[in-house]
Design a protein around this ligand. Sequence first.
Ligand code: HEM
Length: 398
Amino acid sequence: MSSTIGPDPAAILDHYSMWDPEHEKVKWDVFAHARQSCPVAHTDADGGGQYVVTRYEDVRRVLEDPATFSSTGVAPRPAPVTLNPLDADPPFQPDLRKILNPLFSRTFLMKFEPQMRKSAVDLIDNWIDRGTVDLISEFAAPYVGSVLAQIVFDEQDAAKTQRGIDIVTAVALEGGDESYFHLAVLAAEYIAEREDNPVDRNDVLNAITTGTVLGGRPLTEDERLGVITVLFLGGLDTTRGAIGAIAYHLARQPELEQRLRDPRWIRQDMDEFIRLESPVGCLGRTAMKDVELGGTRIKQGEQLLVRFDSANRDDAKFPDADQLTFGTPRSGHAGFGLGIHRCLGVHLARIQITVAFEELFKRVTNLRFAEGGGAEQVHWAPGIANGPERLELAFDLI
Ligand code: HEM
């Protein structure tokens, strides 16, 4: 439901809802106001109310203290399944990360690079002759969906691979309950198949069916399914949003193309886009005891909304934080999180984004808003993920 509150950031803050499209339009003003005057602000919206954590130093403190701020409260809306490791605390969470981390290292993931390139090229082929594209639905979403399906299921059979890609791509494009249901069924099938027919392969399915936690117990069925679910929840809208946000800035500032054609952009500039646009805008935590944060008293059991995006635009940490600033290292941003839950997929995201723009720039130049469009027409949906919903672009061929 849309808000009837006026555009006064102070008035909105008391009732700020992360799901309200009207609040989404003014959120940067609301967070800037909060960081100045009430950095840990109570809002009565979104069922029962919560504390919105907006300053970098408070966000960092919360993320680095899982004993006080539990990830059992990570989902801003109740999730129908477990989402471990995202919604887990120590000692289980670090044990699970030990099982998963090796499969998401840069070195390990590079073996999927040829498949990523092929996915990108095949998608570009579909619209290259048209001169225009909705970069989200015709490129970013199906690209991240097919790459993630191939990595998570690691299927050797071509027809089954395609089935997985189709199901995951539907989730990436639509994200509705039905598409998630199909994905859960597929994931359960894959897990059962691997349990019944173990194979000696170093992949996600083997890790979760043979790996142990908490001194040697195997994962439960629920936990196994939770891992697969969270890999897709964590890996689709996020990287899609990052590719979309970078392309949006390219369309606004054509001179950026030159920067992104230089391979050094990957190390020097990519994180500056992630900092500014924070593809994961926020997630939750639950206070495990009474605590003071940013001058506000929070009681045990109360819910926090940790704003990665607001922390990333805090001038106290990043001077001129609302601007893309290249050339000065801006280390420590919260775009991939901080502390023990720091993103498992950070290397995957970086490789995917790199390959996406490399393949695009082999074929097209001068990406710009399509006729009749412009930066103001681009719609950013409210919710956890931050990125353009559609991005109609025109381009010239190389
Ligand atoms: C640009 C893309 C991405 C961004 C901005 C991003 C951001 C984040 C953030 C902020 C967190 C911390 C959550 C918290 O503290 O509660 C996180 C955790 C996580 N991300 Fe990502 N992510 C991205 C891509 C991916 C990809 C591609 C995957 C797929 C493997 C992924 C999987 C995960 C998982 C499983 C966690 C939970 C880790 C844990 O709880 O230990 N992410 N991500």
